[in-house]
Design a protein around this ligand. Structure first.
Ligand code: ADP
Ligand code: MG
Length: 532
């Protein structure tokens, strides 16, 4: 019963977030605008969101820039800037500007609906201590039952003439009530549900109780760079052409290729082309090469953009291209090469800013018991090394392909114990799955990363990480205390009951008392304070 009650509370919190999504949306179909039910919005619809409105569905901004209050979903109360191409979530609140968005999911599978689903799903996936308690209850319950029958029958059978049968029967009843494993059975699920609720309220979605418990053992954390330790708001710093190609020419071709890319580098190149007045006609057959670059056909010619390593592999790196690359990458910026029809065209360097919350999060992770913090990136060593100091990292592993990230995660596990991997991109998905605890950066992250991960951070605030680890440890402590309370009180009562030094109403009282105590203890995990 108590379990249902906390579950209901957890769902209540999520339903409130859902209820905050409006049931109507202004949609333009075939040039005509009309207000329809949110449930009738289909993927691809253009939804017009006016200032101050709540968003009906998830989607991507098509035109207009604005700020959005995402606190209903992520728990972050400050407004987040959104530009064309950015993802926006149903249930969040628009700021001062109107914009048009393209719906990316129907209302019933919007972000807040997904949270509800995850919370429900998390219930189904049992935590290890929960499994222990379940196993325990399976032998405990019949054992107590047999003991009670014994208490009722054995003494009267031994002493046949005894008038005490009713007394022994009474004691057996008392034993049954006192030994009822209610408190034990709910000791874990109530605590786990309370903790999952608190995490969800702060924008951290944990896919199951076992992942929450796992977080307490983590001793090593590996971060991805772009979009995880940095904002992923990459901007183009410099564009240079080689072999007589103009910078505009390089930019036009690169942007045509990247216009279908989800990668922060790709988006940066496209938006830079637009602001520089270079016309961008999207290319065909776009193919991302995760961790390396991307290729496509532009004006019927093969175009490739990506890392120096990719160009070496494809033997596209000419001496002039290489020289230009060396000068530009020496500045510690991300540098990509552009090639067309097997010839080098030019070099683009891009800058990104480290997240302000990062250094503090790393320090707090160490306080929470993490002994080794590493950076795993596909970018160049020089660029990655600059982050080492600003975040006080223990190690930096650069120029990794997605598969290399998996190998590094395994190495880290062998040397430093259970590893949590934090990442956002398609290139991080294998490492997220391979790690002991995969954590995806939700709003910026790709769906693939979110699928592969055990935990999703809905905001991009890294301080949620140490908070999650602390919550995990606190939850385990509370579960242990709960089990001790439940078992201790039961044991005491069983002994008292056998010796007859207690009464039925006291047994009932103690049983309810233990259950309430365990529930109250667990509910301490529910917190709305920013410092959870
Ligand atoms: P990170 O590990 O920092 O998230 P990635 O593994 O996504 O970085 O990318 C590694 C490198 O591959 C980048 O530094 C860049 O050189 C190249 N790259 C990846 N995707 C693209 C793209 N869409 N356009 C250009 N270069 C790319
Ligand atoms: Mg990344």
């Amino acid at each position: 019963l108590e379990q249902c009650w906390t579950t209901r509370r957890a769902r209540g919190a999520v339903r409130r977030a859902m209820a905050s999504a409006p049931d109507r949306a202004l949609v333009r179909r075939a040039g005509r605008e009309s207000e329809i039910l949110a449930a009738d919005v289909v993927v691809g619809d253009v939804v017009i969101v006016r200032p101050g409105e709540r968003l009906a569905v998830d989607g991507r901004i098509v035109t207009g820039a604005t700020t959005v209050d995402q606190s209903p979903i992520t728990g972050e109360s400050w407004p987040v800037e959104k530009f064309p191409g950015d993802a926006v979530l149903g249930g969040t609140v628009n700021g001062n500007c109107a914009f048009e968005m393209e719906a990316s999911a129907p209302a019933e599978s919007s972000a807040s609906a997904r949270i509800l689903h995850l919370v429900e799903d998390a219930q189904a996936r049992r935590a290890p201590t929960q499994q222990f308690v379940d196993r325990f209850a399976r032998t405990y319950t019949p054992a107590v039952f047999i003991l009670a029958i014994g208490v009722a029958l054995v003494p009267p059978l031994i002493n046949y003439q005894s008038p005490q049968f009713s007394m022994w029967f009474y004691r057996a009843l008392m034993l049954l009530v006192a030994a009822c494993p209610c408190a034990l059975v709910i000791s874990t699920p109530v605590a786990i549900m309370a903790a999952l609720t608190t995490a969800a309220r702060h924008g951290v979605l944990v896919k199951g109780g076992m992942h929450l418990e796992r977080a307490a053992d983590i001793t090593c954390v590996a971060f991805d760079k772009t979009g995880t330790l940095t904002h992923g708001r990459v901007t183009v710093m410099d564009v240079v052409g080689v072999e007589g190609v103009s910078a505009h020419g390089v930019l036009g071709v690169a942007a045509a290729l990247e216009s279908r890319s989800e990668h922060p580098i790709g988006r940066a190149i496209v938006s830079h082309a637009k602001t520089s007045g270079v016309a961008v006609a999207p290319g065909d057959d776009f193919r991302a090469l995760p961790g390396r670059g991307a290729e496509a056909r532009v004006d019927d010619r093969d175009v490739i953009v990506g890392s120096h390593r990719l160009f070496e592999e494809r033997r596209l790196c000419t001496p002039e291209l290489h020289r230009q690359f060396e000068t530009m990458s020496g500045r510690g910026e991300t540098t990509v090469l552009v090639g067309r029809s097997g010839e080098g065209m030019g070099v683009i360097s891009l800058g990104d800013s480290p997240k302000e919350t990062g250094a503090r999060a790393v320090a707090e992770l160490r306080d929470a018991g993490v002994t080794h913090v590493a950076l795993l990136t596909g970018d160049l060593q020089e660029t990655a090394s600059r982050l080492r100091e600003s975040f006080d990292l223990d190690a930096v592993h650069a120029e990794l392909l997605p598969g290399d990230k998996v190998l590094r995660v395994e190495e880290l596990r062998a040397r430093y114990g259970p590893v949590a991997m934090v990442g956002d991109g398609v290139n991080d998905a294998p490492a997220l799955a391979a790690s002991d605890l995969g954590i995806a950066m939700g709003t910026a992250g790709s769906h693939l990363a979110i699928e592969a991960a055990d935990v999703t951070l809905l905001g991009d605030d890294l301080s949620k990480l140490p908070a999650l680890f602390r919550l995990s440890r606190r939850t385990l402590r509370i579960i242990r205390a709960n089990v001790a309370i439940a078992l201790g009180l039961k044991l005491a009562f069983i002994v008292l009951a056998v010796f007859g030094v207690t009464s039925l109403w006291m047994a009932v009282f103690a049983d309810t008392g233990a259950t309430l105590l365990v529930t109250a203890n667990s509910l301490r995990l529910i917190s709305n304070s920013p410092n959870w």
